[in-house]
Design a protein around this ligand. Structure first.
Ligand SMILES: Cc1cc2nc3c(=O)[nH]c(=O)nc-3n(C[C@H](O)[C@H](O)[C@H](O)COP(=O)(O)OP(=O)(O)OC[C@H]3O[C@@H](n4cnc5c(N)ncnc54)[C@H](O)[C@@H]3O)c2cc1C
Length: 400
C-alpha cells in the first residue's frame, strides 16, 4: 500500500471514477443500502469531463421519452440537491429554445419534443415565426424560422459543484472516497470480479462499477470488454458581454443551438455568456489533448455568435478551455453489466450526461442491488445493441 493512503482490504462495491456518474452512484449506494462502498479517483473529484461540463439541464429530447423522463427526474433532484445531499450547488433556470423550420428533420425533432414534453406535463411552449423577434429581442434573424420550441423550465448548474456535493454526502453516509488513487485493472477469478488492482494495492470486491469517463474503455480492456466509445475534444469560450448589453437583456440569452450549427450558447454565472462546440468530432487521447481552444475555432465561434447577436461581436473573452466527450456511435449511454460477473459499466455519456446523472446513479444502484430498475427500461442502455449493428440505435438525436 502507498504511504498515506488508507486503502481498505475489501469493499462490497468499488467504484472507479470520481466524476458526476461515479459520485452519484456512490451517493445512492451509500444512502440507500447497507453495502460498503469505496470510490477510487486517479486525480481529484470532478477533474474529468464533469469539471468542464456546461451542465445544461433540459428535458427536450425529440421523441426519446426515456431521456425526457430521466431528465425531469434528475432535474427535480438537482433542484432539491441541498435537501438531498446537504450541499449547495450553483443553479440557474434558463429556457432552452430550438428554432426550426417545417418539413425538415430539425423541425420534426423540435415538434416531437414539444409533443413529448406536453404529454409528460413538462412546461413547453411553441412560438410561431411572427412571435420570435419579440420573444427573443437579443437574437437577429429569428423571424426567418417557422417556429421555435421553448423548454421553459430548462436551466444549468456546475459539474464540479455537483460531483463534490455527491462525494461529501456519500462519505457522510459511510462511503470511502480515495482521490489520487488510479485503478489499474479489474481482477477476475473464475469468470467473476474478485477485486480491483490500484496504484496503492488491491481492494477485494465482488462488484465494480467503472465510471471512468473517457478512460473507461482502457479499464474495460483489462477484462476483455470492447466498448465503442470515442473521446472527442470540445472547445469552450466564456465571453464578457458589454455592460449595455447586460442592461438591455438581463436574461442575457436563451440557451440554444441553431439548426445546422455545431455550437451552442447559454448564459454563464456572473453575467458571462458561454459558447461551445458540440460534437465537432475530433478524436483525442484523454491524457494528451490541447486544453486551449484553437485560434481558428475562436474566430469561427465569435463570428457565428456575432451573426446571431451583433452586440457580442466585440465581447471580451474571460475564459477558454477544452473538455472531452465520451461518445458512443448513437450518443446513447451504456449502463450495463458486461464481461465477468459483478462488472458494471456506466459510460458513453456523450455530450449529455450531466443532466441525467442523478437518474444514472439511482439506476446503477438498482441494477447492482435489485438486478432491475423501475425508473426506466434499462434495456435501452445495454451494450448488446451494438452486437447487431455498430450504429446501435442508429441515427443520432440532437443531444446538447
Ligand atoms: C465541454 C463539455 C460540455 C458539456 N456540456 C454538457 C451539458 O451542457 N449538459 C450535459 O448534460 N452534459 C454535458 N456534458 C457531458 C457531461 O459533462 C458528461 O457526460 C459527464 O460529465 C460524464 O461524467 P463521468 O463521470 O462519466 O466522466 P468524468 O467526469 O470524466 O469522470 C471520470 C473520472 O474517472 C477518473 N478516472 C479515469 N480513469 C481512472 C482510473 N483508472 N482510476 C481511477 N479514476 C479514474 C477520471 O480522473 C475522472 O475524474 C459536457 C461535457 C463537456 C466535456
Amino acid at each position: 500500500m502507498s504511504a498515506g493512503i488508507d486503502l481498505p482490504d475489501s469493499s462490497d462495491v468499488v467504484i472507479v471514477g470520481g466524476g458526476i456518474m461515479g459520485t452519484s452512484t456512490a451517493f445512492f449506494l451509500a444512502t440507500e443500502t447497507d453495502l460498503d462502498v469505496t470510490l477510487v479517483e486517479k486525480d481529484g473529484i470532478g477533474s474529468g469531463s464533469t469539471g468542464d461540463s456546461s451542465a445544461i439541464l433540459r428535458h427536450h429530447y425529440g421523441d426519446q421519452e426515456i431521456y425526457s423522463r430521466m431528465a425531469r427526474w434528475s432535474h427535480d433532484f438537482y433542484r432539491r440537491f441541498d435537501e438531498e445531499t446537504g450541499a449547495a450547488i450553483a443553479y440557474e433556470g434558463n429556457p432552452m429554445v430550438r428554432f426550426a423550420n417545417e418539413n425538415t428533420p430539425g423541425g420534426e425533432y423540435a415538434q416531437a419534443g414539444y409533443e413529448t414534453l406536453s404529454e409528460l406535463d413538462i412546461p413547453v411552449t411553441r412560438y410561431e415565426s411572427e412571435d420570435l423577434p419579440e420573444q427573443y429581442p437579443m437574437l437577429t434573424g429569428v423571424a426567418e424560422y417557422d417556429f421555435a420550441i421553448s423548454d421553459d423550465e430548462a436551466g444549468y448548474s456546475d459539474g464540479a459543484d455537483a460531483a463534490n456535493g455527491f462525494d461529501r454526502a456519500a462519505r457522510r453516509n459511510g462511503a470511502t472516497v480515495l482521490t489520487g488513487v488510479g485503478a489499474e485493472s479489474i481482477v477476475v477469478d473464475d469468470g467473476a470480479v474478485v477485486g480491483v488492482d490500484t496504484e496503492a494495492g488491491e481492494i477485494a470486491c465482488e462488484t465494480v462499477v467503472v465510471a471512468a469517463g473517457p478512460w473507461t474503455p482502457r479499464l474495460a480492456e483489462t477484462v476483455g470488454v470492447d466498448l465503442p466509445i470515442t473521446p472527442t475534444r470540445e472547445q469552450v469560450l466564456i465571453l464578457d458581454p458589454p455592460e449595455e448589453y447586460v442592461d438591455d437583456h438581463p436574461s442575457l440569452t436563451p440557451t440554444t443551438a441553431l439548426p445546422g450549427g455545431e455550437w451552442y450558447i447559454r448564459p454563464d454565472f456572473g453575467d458571462g455568456i458561454l459558447v461551445a462546440t458540440h460534437h465537432t468530432g475530433e478524436a483525442v487521447d484523454p491524457d494528451r489533448y490541447d486544453g486551449t481552444p484553437d485560434e481558428e475555432t475562436i474566430l469561427e465561434l465569435t463570428d457565428e455568435l456575432g451573426e446571431l447577436i451583433p452586440e457580442l461581436r466585440d465581447a471580451g473573452i474571460r475564459g477558454r478551455y477544452c473538455g472531452v466527450y465520451s461518445s458512443t456511435p448513437d450518443h446513447d449511454f451504456i449502463l450495463d453489466q458486461l464481461g465477468p460477473d459483478g462488472c458494471y459499466f456506466a459510460c458513453g455519456f456523450s455530450g449529455h450526461g450531466f443532466k441525467q446523472a442523478p437518474a444514472v446513479g439511482k439506476i446503477m444502484r438498482d441494477l447492482i442491488v435489485d438486478g432491475s430498475t423501475s425508473l426506466v427500461d434499462a434495456d435501452f442502455f445495454s451494450a448488446d445493441r451494438f452486437d447487431d449493428s455498430p450504429a446501435g440505435h442508429g441515427a443520432v438525436a440532437d443531444n446538447v
